[in-house]
Write a protein that binds this ligand. Structure first.
Ligand code: UDP
Ligand code: MN
Length: 336
């Protein structure tokens, strides 16, 4: 084994899903990492209540699906959990420090959308993260570089037990633990484009217009997640046109994957083992059903005012919605 391949299996992207809804997000995280040809391992931590179907789907995309049970994770965690039940998800996230078979990892929230290859993140050290848009002296814990260590894990649990979290979640806890992040070492400040949150688009639109095209990871932080945006009325309330583009992309990835997994489970039960991405599988299972394409396209339009027109049958079949155009648009996206 070369030094290089050692390093590749040493490093992993890690995400977390404790509900089937968050599994939808985790699927997209894993899929995007593959699409952009990561050479690192991919790991998803799920809690015991996640359904077997969701776990199986994740197994098609991630190198490892790790079931974590907070209540079984040792006395210290158990005590902390009992004392502060609101920190349940946070403790589950802290589990990532126990992945000691990897020397370095990048944690990605399940509500992130990876837009390009971001393997260069592994050049950073613990704890590297991007500023939080609400309080830039705090880092946002949706994307961070860390080194698994049982010692650090134990210290984090102890810290949680003693101090709790000032925001009730993992971000407050991690910021008081890695308390010198703001001032100590600028190399641990990830550029904002590695954790671009929608809120920044609202609060500083000119900056988004200037730099937004450099976005590498979009973070749908807040209570509205792409998988909740199902109706036109909801999207109008919560999104703007910039965010719509990313929600659209999220649904493209999700729908593609959903179809692929369904196709594979009918035709090719074997899980793809390569990191090269599922392109070849897609070629073999060439999506030649017009109905499927049109359904997918309609689904993507949930984020735009077009939905209503589709529902009312006012589809521009000969113009921008013509089948050939739809197919081209999808083909471009799916690299068929
Ligand atoms: N999470 C989870 N189940 C939950 C809530 C959160 O698995 O019920 C995980 C998931 O990976 C999620 C992360 O914890 O992305 C942080 O939560 P969230 O993204 O909802 O917080 P925000 O980024 O909006 O502050
Ligand atoms: Mn998040």
């Amino acid at each position: 084994m070369t030094e290089n391949s050692n390093r590749e299996t040493d490093f992993a992207f890690v995400t977390l899903a404790t509900t089937d809804s968050y599994c939808m997000g985790a699927l997209v995280v894993g899929q995007c990492l593959r699409r952009h040809r990561t050479t690192r391992q991919t790991v998803v931590m799920v809690s015991t209540n996640v359904s077997s179907q969701a776990r199986a789907a994740l197994g098609h995309v991630f190198d490892r699906v790790l079931v974590v049970d907070v209540l079984d994770s040792g006395d210290q965690a158990h005590l902390s959990w009992l004392g502060r039940p609101e920190l349940g998800v946070t403790f589950t996230k802290l589990h990532c420090w126990t992945l000691t078979q990897y020397s370095k990892c990048v944690f990605l929230d399940a509500d992130t959308l990876v837009l390009c290859n971001v393997d260069e993140l592994f050049e950073r050290e613990e704890l590297s993260a991007a500023p939080d848009p609400g309080w830039p002296d705090c880092f946002n814990s949706g994307v961070f570089v860390f080194r698994p260590s049982l010692i650090t894990h134990g210290r984090l649990l102890e810290h949680a037990r003693q101090h709790g979290s000032f925001d009730g979640g993992d971000q407050g806890l991690l910021n008081t633990f890695f308390s010198d992040w703001a001032v100590r070492d600028i190399s641990k400040h990830l550029p904002f484009v590695y954790n671009l949150s929608a809120i920044a688009v609202y609060t500083y639109l000119p900056a988004y217009q200037e730099y937004g095209h450099n976005a590498k990871i979009v973070h749908f932080l807040g209570s509205v997640k792409p998988w909740n945006l199902r109706s036109n009325s909801q999207t109008n309330q919560h999104t703007n046109s910039h965010l719509e583009e990313f929600v659209y992309q999220w649904w493209m990835e999700y729908s593609y994957l959903h179809h692929l997994i369904k196709t594979m489970s009918h035709q090719e039960p074997a899980v793809p083992s390569q990191h090269a991405g599922p392109k070849q599988h897609v070629r073999r299972c060439r999506i030649d059903s017009r109905i499927f394409l049109i359904t997918v396209y309609a689904l993507f339009n949930i984020t735009t005012c077009k939905t209503k027109l589709w529902e009312e049958g006012q589809v521009d079949y000969l113009g921008k919605d013509a089948f050939d155009n739809i197919q081209k648009k999808l083909d471009r996206f799916l690299y068929l």
